[in-house]
Design a protein around this ligand. Sequence first.
Ligand SMILES: NC(=O)c1ccc[n+]([C@@H]2O[C@H](COP(=O)([O-])OP(=O)(O)OC[C@H]3O[C@@H](n4cnc5c(N)ncnc54)[C@H](O)[C@@H]3O)[C@@H](O)[C@H]2O)c1
Length: 395
Amino acid sequence: MKTIETTYDSNNYSIIVGNQVLQEINNVTSKRNIWYIDQKVYEFHNTYIDQFIKSNDELILLEVNEELKSLNQYSKHIERLLMLGIDRDTTLIAVGGGVVSDFVGFLAGTALRGIRYINVATTILAHDSSVGGKVALNSISGKNLIGLFKRPSLVIFDAYFIQSLSHEERLNGYAEIIKMMMLTGRFNEVITKLERFKSKSLESLMEDVNFAIQLKRDIVSIDEKENNLRAVLNLGHTLGHAIEYQYKVKHGYGVAIGVLFDLWLSVNNLKENSSNRVAQQLEDILSQLMMIFNKEDYPLEEVIRSIEMDKDHSIQSIVEYMKHDKKNKDNKIACITISMDKLTSLQNHILNSPIEIQPTIEDIIMDVQVYTTAEMNQNINEFIHYMKEVLLHDK
Ligand SMILES: NC(=O)c1ccc[n+]([C@@H]2O[C@H](COP(=O)([O-])OP(=O)(O)OC[C@H]3O[C@@H](n4cnc5c(N)ncnc54)[C@H](O)[C@@H]3O)[C@@H](O)[C@H]2O)c1
């Protein structure tokens, strides 16, 4: 078992990562707790979970999909919660993936102007959503637009739950871990790890979860409200969100393609800035990554096929969606790419050095770069062409 402590100035919380570690919850729960549990998780793991539910506690099973994060569901559940006669000492316990933690965190942030909540993460993606204190509901104007910052009192990432998670959901969540490795330039490490993904043991999956949680903890401890540094966590998300929305693919699948796109933009920027040697090294890595992502069941070819069916119109709609990205500045579309200022460290340190166990925040080589609508149109067009070439060449 590993305990990772947050490092804010005050109000810190522990993140416990391990196998069969749910008993750690007993150190933090209140006299009365309301458990909100993903009903699928409860079906798989009720015997395990029931051991920790006390006689005073309430158990609420949730049908989990994005619709749960709606104002309708919120209104129903907040009234039900208040009718349970809660007080400021009641703790809410969210057991599930990102949908449950976003929803329960929002309930906790608004009930009685804020009560405590605990995240028990049960998906790979929840390494991200359970840490950092952002909680949100969806609006008809877009995803996660109704939100607040509400730190949990404890996070438990228990590998025991991951055993029942499908391959599809593992891949979905792993895309965010790949993103974390990329932030610190660990491209070669991503290649090796992805090559072994299908046969990955739970133990090595948890090593990667540990790494991603620590880096996320470091980033949000410095920039909780996303004034600057936290923006790099959006690597892959500008195009990723548009693909997710347009082609109804899982979030992580959109992010996987978006990460490749941001890397491709970085290669182009490097070429323009006459860093051809590094650009070439990175381009080799990029094409290898593309082939491995495709082999490991990320739906690259499917998305390319869908875009190609009506290419000009598809690219236009994608760019239109990207124009609403929260990072955008001065009517330009923001993407996260390799920072030219960090080029020396990329060159000397990361591309050439052996894998390090614990990269630090100083290793982050990404920054925000903006593009006009016309540039973005052309970039996506060329990127689709590039992906096709690489993937066809691999056949
Ligand atoms: N707040 C944040 O910082 C943040 C960050 C990233 C994502 N998110 C949000 O997280 C959500 C996505 O999270 P997610 O991918 O965990 O989705 P999810 O919670 O919908 O879970 C995915 C699926 O896996 C099932 N499941 C969960 N745990 C399982 C288990 N142990 N065994 C078997 N099945 C299991 C669920 O029932 C669901 O069908 C999105 O709404 C996104 O906006 C929030």
